[in-house]
Design a protein around this ligand. Structure first.
Ligand SMILES: [Mn+2]
Length: 313
């Protein structure tokens, strides 16, 4: 595995470790970071986790009381690990990580394409073929001969589950299923993961989905799109993280080439999510045109605008 030996050396050498999740944390960054931190704690390390935003409620069954910091002091750590971040900006602490990378080791574990974090990291463990960062953490833990118990297996399985939309997306490979199978053998709790994923939509969340689904349109080029305004979120009583998953659902429409969801945010921007299931389309190229990023099949960007002027015109 790429750079695993060096990662092992860094783990052995350093005692106080900070694991950084990405902003607007998803199931993969949360689960992968937890899996890694459980292992490191068992090695006697002092490990903290940090994320800029709160962990969405739907993932509380994973964090299950584990404290995750929303800020940190550079001086408190010997080693920093960024997991699933895609970009320095997306860590939520770009300036600080850039600063720390000059004096302390920074490991970048990711399955996104090379990015700005790649440049400042001391060690990159990147596999763009991996369906989830959890696959890379799995490889690393196995290289380290970690004991994979039911807890770690559940985290790895959850990371994969979320980034593959429950094993439905085109990013699922033979290796993905092999890892999932091994996780199940070690007690990974697939039922717990899928139950929390499917049944955790609140009535107001479902109403918000209804509003977005009611507006779905597909154009002659196979672009499926819909949008959610701030007012929709307010009216339905939903939370902004209730919007996650909508773009995946509209992407299942037959003949869809690209699915796009526009969501108005309180800070006056439009969060745009892109999906495709086609092998000949790379939505990350489109996202990068607008200053965003992501994977070939799942990407996003932020527009400095409002829905009225850009979408409904
Ligand atoms: Mn991921």
């Amino acid at each position: 595995m790429l750079n695993a030996k060096k990662a092992k050396e860094l783990f052995e050498k350093n005692q106080k470790i900070l694991v950084v999740l990405h902003q607007f944390p998803d199931g993969d960054t949360i689960s992968s970071s937890l899996a890694l931190s459980v292992y490191l704690k068992r090695q006697g390390k002092k490990v903290d986790l940090a994320v800029k935003e709160e962990i969405p409620e739907v993932f509380h069954f994973l964090t299950n009381g584990i404290k995750i910091r929303d800020d940190f002091l550079l001086g408190d750590y010997d080693l920093i690990i960024a997991v699933d971040c895609g970009d320095a900006q997306r860590t939520g602490f770009p300036a600080r990580l850039e600063q720390i990378s000059r004096i302390k080791p920074l490991i970048n574990i990711d399955h996104h394409l090379k990015n700005s974090l790649h440049k400042i990291a001391t060690l990159n463990m990147i596999d763009t073929e991996a369906s989830a960062a959890a696959e890379i953490v799995w490889d690393l833990l196995n290289y380290l001969e970690a004991e994979i118990d039911s807890k770690i297996a559940t985290y790895i399985l959850a990371g994969i589950y979320y980034d593959t939309g429950g094993f439905q997306h085109a990013n699922v490979t033979a290796k993905t299923l092999k890892i999932a199978s091994q996780c199940l053998r070690r007690g990974g709790r697939i039922g717990l993961i899928s139950k929390n994923n499917i049944t955790s939509k609140s009535p107001s969340g479902l109403k918000l989905w209804g509003i977005a689904l009611n507006r779905v349109r597909i154009n002659a080029n196979g672009i499926v799109s819909t949008y959610i305004t701030l007012n929709d979120i307010k009216k339905s009583g939903a939370k902004s993280d209730d919007t996650s998953g909508i773009v995946n659902l509209i992407n299942t429409i037959p003949n869809s080439k690209i699915a796009i969801l526009f969501v108005e945010t309180p800070d006056g921007t439009i969060k745009t999510s892109l999906r495709t299931e086609r092998n000949d389309i790379d939505v990350s190229v489109l996202a990068r045109l607008f200053g965003g990023g992501g994977h070939k099949k799942a990407a996003g960007f932020t527009l400095e605008s409002n829905l009225k002027s850009k979408i409904m015109a």
